[in-house]
Write a protein that binds this ligand. Structure first.
Ligand code: ADP
Ligand code: MG
Length: 447
């Protein structure tokens, strides 16, 4: 193997391992060997034509982009099969071969979590549309809305609501229901391809009266999978079977998704789950409290609901943490204790919600300059200094990367680094500036 090729490939792998989920990287990238590299073509090899086809259909553009980025110029990728190779188990496992057998649900098992029901789903203004649609679908599958497409951020109840539909129709015993994550669906498909059992795979997934597929954003950029998904969808739809899908964003915003899939996802009912308002958050905490051994005072429940805003899973985690602490120490819980116990979650929640624009606006307000000056070209100190303060606040109060922040200010990332250093340096001696920054931070993080 050429030196150059292995060098470029190892750099590419470093890059891809940072951007891809570990399981995907191990399964699909770690199995690739670099063969040769000439000025504009990289030859890679895999152990069999199954890998070759799957990679070509699903990951080739991604690999091409990564190799090109490493080389600083466009590079073509050629995937070849080297059947003399065996796959080192330490580096990767071939799909369906060296992995321990995955536990398959027995035929007929709906794969549902019985704890996700309509009864324990709290309804508020943030989720009432999704709830009503889900209930309608549960009451008359394939007649109310088909498909039902639920979308929203993580931890907002998509999986709960989707499984509640399944749990609702199950006791009637009339319909066969199956829940699967889109990822598990994919793995089943890959196994079927490998074992040449596609006919069985298709028969199975097209036989359910109700198919619940969670997290379909997983389809992003995977052409071969989208094709299969498309046919599964059509087969179910045409035989009047209910389909329910969830996604972390609107269908049209899934990257690299076929238009015909987006169209189908939007055929029936599309409902968004939004972050819960304060009343809903309190109601969810109260409901959770009923299953806890220890009851917290109402004021503390309110306080938790006030500080954890954007994710119901975090909200539940926060309650568990405070209750555990209280029952361990047997001491009354104060607001300070709660703030201390939840400090990481508070930071996280604020970092997620604060936008660069909100920061620019607050800083512009404070210094009495125009919002446009934040992105403008003026170099006078009266403008440049507040602009630097805003960059510094973006860097310290949000999770946004340097390039993203730079883009918000219409500058390059070196300028942002410089601005942050300047502000930090000046704050060491300039008390007024220190105070300003502290006031702005407080204003921004207390909503
Ligand atoms: P998602 O699939 O959107 O990431 P989940 O459905 O897994 O979110 O919900 C996260 C947690 O929050 C689960 O434990 C779920 O039971 C709970 N949850 C979400 N929404 C509600 C709600 N409206 N009422 C009660 N619990 C909820
Ligand atoms: Mg989910």
């Amino acid at each position: 193997m050429e030196m150059q090729a292995s060098l470029v490939w190892s750099k590419t792998c470093e890059h891809l391992s940072e951007t891809l989920p570990k399981d995907i990287f191990d399964r699909w990238i770690a199995v690739i060997q670099p063969e040769s590299f000439s000025s504009d073509t990289m030859v890679l090899s895999v152990a069999n034509d199954f890998y070759q086809t799957w990679l070509e259909e699903n990951y080739l553009p991604l690999i091409r982009k990564a190799v090109s980025a490493v080389c600083g110029a466009p590079v073509q990728i050629q995937l070849t099969v080297d059947s003399s190779r065996t796959i080192a188990p330490a580096r990767a496992t071939a799909p369906g071969v060296e992995r321990p057998p995955r536990r398959k649900p027995a035929a007929g098992s709906p794969n549902l979590n019985a704890g996700y029901t309509f009864e324990n789903f709290i309804v508020g203004s943030s989720n009432n549309l999704g709830h009503a649609a889900a209930l309608a679908v549960a009451d008359s599958p394939a007649h109310a809305y088909n498909p039902l497409f639920l979308y929203g951020g993580t931890g907002l109840g998509k999986t709960h609501l989707m499984q509640a539909i399944g749990n609702h129709v199950l006791p009637h015993g009339k319909l066969s229901v199956f829940y699967t994550s889109c990822e598990a669906f994919t793995n089943a498909y890959i196994d079927a391809l490998q074992k040449k059992a596609l006919v069985d795979f298709r028969k199975r997934f097209r036989s359910y009266d109700m198919l619940l597929i969670d997290d379909v954003h997983f389809l992003a950029g995977k052409e071969g999978l989208q094709e299969e998904f498309f046919h599964t969808f059509n087969a179910l739809y045409e035989s009047r079977k209910q389909i329910v899908l969830t996604c972390d964003r609107p269908a049209s915003e899934i990257p690299a998704i076929e238009h015909r899939l987006v169209t189908r996802f939007e055929w029936g009912m599309v409902a968004e789950l939004e972050p819960p308002d304060i009343e809903t958050r309190i109601a969810i905490l109260r409901q959770k409290q009923q299953t806890c051994s220890l009851q917290l005072p109402d004021s503390i429940v309110h306080f938790i609901a006030e500080i954890i805003r954007s994710n119901i899973r975090s909200l539940e985690g926060a309650l568990t943490r405070v209750v555990s602490y209280a029952s361990l120490t047997q001491k009354p819980v104060t607001q300070e204790t709660v703030e201390y116990l939840l400090r990481d979650k508070i930071d996280q929640a604020q970092k997620e919600t604060l936008s660069a624009e909100a920061i620019q606006r607050a800083v512009a307000d404070h210094y009495d300059i125009r919002l446009g000056d934040m992105t403008g070209r003026q170099r006078s100190q009266a403008i440049a200094m507040p602009r630097q303060v805003a960059m510094y606040l973006c860097r310290t109060l949000t999770n946004q990367s340097l390039p993203v922040i730079a883009e918000r200010f219409g500058r390059n990332h070196a300028t942002v680094i410089y601005a942050c250093r300047q502000v930090a340096e000046r704050m060491k001696t300039d008390t007024a500036l220190r105070q300003t920054v502290s006031v702005l931070k407080q204003r921004l993080t207390r909503g």
